[in-house]
Write a protein of this length. Sequence first.
Length: 98
Amino acid sequence: MQKDIKESSKESDELEILVILVKDYENEHFPIPRPNPIEAIRFRLEQMEMSETELSEILGYRSRKSEILSGKRKLNLKMIRKLNDVLHIPAEVLIQPY
């Protein structure tokens, strides 16, 4: 990998094939599960250095934020869309049952 390989060379093609094979093997034998929606929200807030107060502003109400993070309330479509737009959490993660 640290070699200076020329593009479209035999070595380059071999390396590309190996990368594809390793990726396919890992995806089949060691798949990474999707995170829980609440864990994904908490993680993304931490990543973006945002507070839970800022999450309240995204969701609309302070009480909703608390209910969602505690698991008492489920995310609705409007919330999922806002979280996807603002926090860039994939919708596939947010729509999972939890």
